[in-house]
Every structure is written in structure tokens, then in C-alpha cells.
Design a protein around this ligand. Structure first.
Ligand code: FES
Length: 59
């Protein structure tokens, strides 16, 4: 699923970035070589990154 249409970022890419150590959605975007533009995706992107971090902690 596409989370950020401005950068064509998929949810799986954000989850991979979070597992690789991104601490927040903006850091995840930077690790993927882009940055937020319109900002409409940020709330959901934050949820995705946090959810992935919590899954990593609980494993
Ligand atoms: S949809 Fe992500 S910055 Fe616009």
C-alpha cells in the first residue's frame, strides 16, 4: 500500500526503515532518500513507524 503519494513510499518500505533504526517518520523518509512534501501522509506514517518499533521491542 502506498503511504506517501508525493514520494511513492510503500508501507513496507517504512516498516523496513523502522526496523533498520529510523526513530521517527521523518528519519524513515530520509533513510529512503526523500522527505515529506505536502505532509498529508505524516500522521499515518508515524503510526506505521511506531507500530513497527513496538513489534521489534516485543520480539
Ligand atoms: S503524501 Fe507524503 S508528503 Fe505528500
Amino acid at each position: 500500500m502506498i503511504v506517501c503519494s508525493c514520494n511513492v513510499l510503500r508501507e513496507t518500505e517504512l516498516r523496513d526503515a523502522a526496523r533498520a533504526g529510523a526513530k521517527c517518520e521523518r528519519e524513515a523518509y530520509a533513510r529512503l532518500g526523500c522527505r515529506p512534501k505536502c505532509g498529508q501522509c505524516l500522521s499515518y506514517a508515524r503510526q506505521v513507524v511506531r507500530a513497527e518499533q513496538q513489534m521489534s521491542v516485543s520480539l
